[in-house]
Design a protein around this ligand. Sequence first.
Ligand code: MUC
Ligand code: MG
Length: 373
Amino acid sequence: MIRSINTLLVPIPTIRAHKLACTVMNEQVLVLVHIQTEDGYEGWGEATTIGGLSYAEESPHSIKTNIDTYFTPLLLKEQPASAAKAMQLLNLHINGNRFAKCAIETALLDIEGKRLNLPVSELIGGRVRDRIEVAWTLASGNTATDISEAKQMMAQKRHRIFKLKIGSNPILEDVAHVLAIKQALPDCRITVDVNQAWSELEAMKGISLLQAGDVDLIEQPISMRNKTALKRLTEHFDVPIMADEVVQDPQNAFQLAADHCADVFAVKINQAGGLKAACLIGHMAHLAGVELYGGTMLEGPIGTAASAHVFATYPSLRFDTELFGPLLLTEDILAQPLDYQNFGLSVPTGAGLGIEVDSDKVYHYAKQAAATL
Ligand code: MUC
Ligand code: MG
């Protein structure tokens, strides 16, 4: 029986400003869900998003309000006997709210895994890899700073794949920035993420120049609303085009995969509406011949561990992952940090998510933040 569900907003400063086309982040507000059962188990989930409402349709505050007002009373009343039954119930009674649903499912799977003494990756389909390679996003906004940051990451064996956030400057300026970095790091895979900022015509021009400069992957160059234009760009260019914001729930991903609107899908557990939904998207994409990339909403360690369990089940992960969220934060909330070394992340092996949350710290931060509102 579920005894309690607590939703916590935990703001943590980032190690530097993180610039995207839609916002500049100086802190990340982690949205954490803590579920406790009558027989003494506890589980954690995370529904973090980026930049309030500037990236997605759910904000930290709307996620907390909707869980506290609608999800929690329903779950406490109905007492679903498993994570699968809980998701069936939530999907029947609650529209949308994919981030909130993901956090609840994660916490319930964490509990289920602990009860069965199995890692979440084994519960949701079976893990086929124990380690995943992790890219880093260079987003300081300054070319020289980005190059020295990348060189430092390589020297520390932390990352050798880099993603650049562009789209907020004129195209030629952004292209010059990217090509300077590509030339300085010729052996690294370089992805650019435009975060929907270009029109189709701008994308034709920008991607031509980036392709000529040997950039390796182009992420969500145009609006998520224009799927046919994304398909046209995918057909027109040799450089792989990756869909990100447009990849949402499995139904919508099915259509995108069937129409081959992109060469690669960035899958994010929160955007997908949960861990099992993200597994389904990965398997569908694979069957349709679409390559996979493990995306992040810049979650802290809970959402990152949950994502790692999902990506560990993918039949192929050709473009690796960007599960670096915890490394962008100035504070850890785990008793033992996630294991990042040799350019990758080890998928936790313990029961459930395989992590131990420092709950005193998390509750303390959440209380401090609530007091300053
Ligand atoms: C996105 O659009 O991919 C992931 C990494 C990063 O720097 O921003 C996010 C969101
Ligand atoms: Mg993206």
